[in-house]
Design a binder for this molecule. Sequence first.
Ligand SMILES: Nc1ncnc2c1ncn2[C@@H]1O[C@H](COP(=O)(O)OP(=O)(O)OP(=O)(O)O)[C@@H](O)[C@H]1O
Length: 516
Amino acid sequence: MKELWTSLASMMGVFAFFQSLLTVAFPPELRLALSRLLRRLRTVLSTHCYFDIVEIDGVSTNELYNAVQLYLSSSAAASSSSGGRLSLSRPLNSSSFTFSLSNADSLVDHSFRGFTAHWDHIVTQRPQNSFSWRPVPDEKRGFTLKIKKKDKPLMLEPYLDHIMDRASDIRRRNQDRLLFTNSKGGSLDPRGHPWESVPFKHPSTFDTLALDPDRKRAIMDDLRDFVEGKSFYQRTGRAWKRGYLLYGPPGTGKSSMIAAMANYLGYDIYDLELTEVSTNSELRKLLMKTTSKSIIVIEDIDCSINLSNRVDHPPPPKRRHLLGGESELRGGDDNARSLTLSGLLNFTDGLWSCCGSERIFVFTTNHVEKIDPALLRCGRMDMHIHMSYCSYPAMKILMKNYLGFEDGDFELDDGLFAELERLIGEVEMTPADVSEVLIKRRRLGKRRAVEEVVEALKGRRKGGAMWEENARREEEEEEQEKRALESPKNGESVEAAEGKIECGGGGEVREEKKGE
Ligand SMILES: Nc1ncnc2c1ncn2[C@@H]1O[C@H](COP(=O)(O)OP(=O)(O)OP(=O)(O)O)[C@@H](O)[C@H]1O
């Protein structure tokens, strides 16, 4: 035992001797320089290059670190994870969860243009600095990106841009969307903002929207093309914006469509109340205070404003009116004291419309024929969407939404659906009216609810037929009255009777008749 202790002590003595020798021969400065040299050698000889993205860059938070973290949390990237552990979180003001890479985990991302990117999340303990005047996190976090050297010139910059874009996209989607409306009479809120906002919670989506599937697909494709078209718009020198006109009778889903668009794209909505805007410059200021990635909506454009009434100046040359026809409309955008058609056109199409990017304009109307063609032309309203009465495919969507029908259910039919299809082809009923029947009758069971819709359609057809019959009868009666007036009265010649009408007596006679 004593021998063991002696040999152990001598071994430790030798170890201490070599350690002090090493410290003298290789001082810390030399060791640091050697490790740097080795790292550089490794970098030179390696086929890969490495980039460190630290969380705290000097004194400020590194935006790129946050963006990478969000990007790697996207399902596309996460699905290519090495099966490692993911952290789950739910940010403030968000209704959804995000997951991100755990400490000291790694991930391979193949999702960008066929390139391969290796990501390592590195977390080390930060030495505590008691003299620091601001709180510093205990851990030092950072990502290391490893890519092939040969890919670097083609990949690095666009990949980082792509990460920033995707991150802001995810950030926006994770946050609740906002619905803005312009303040009454153009007043500013306490922050000097002309828009007031509330969280936007409309549940309408393209899945719940009752519209023919082909048309729905075409609209969704158009929206997707628009959102992904940044380089196309840049290349072709066009402003990155798109206009949609939604027209059709009330209750056909124009507002629901706008909500579905916003939910699909993750955009905020600016609901512009034109009646609260009094001048072109006010309109321009409102536009300048909207953000990118938003939908600017003007509902019921045909009745929300009458531009000709807003002019209190001497009569200008005749111009076409927003609501169609000729009107006394002040020309030129330079007229800052009134809201003019050209001001509105500039709003959607002029230089000012490009003060943000990735913006969608939506106008809605129940009377498309009343709108000035200048407002409808391509570039202003690129896609005209007719929201019409309920069709059978749209009806099926409503039955799925409200009654829980499945696709297969429509095949197992004993004639009820066939009758429904025939009736809906003949009778005009809006999706809003169909929804109303389904909501009221949904507790009666699926079949009974459908029967109620069939009854409602039959009622309308009957009502419509009765209405037509009444209209025909009234027309006949009017015709008879007219003939009675034109025919010679007792003791009067035809000429005398005609003369009476020509010299204004006819008017009197008609009024008397009406009064009877
Ligand atoms: N196409 C549709 N798909 C699904 N639901 C619809 C559709 N059309 C109408 N609805 C239902 O009817 C209600 C009214 O529809 P919405 O307000 O979207 O119609 P609108 O065309 O904008 O009407 P208005 O012109 O009067 O503003 C909605 O709450 C929605 O539930």
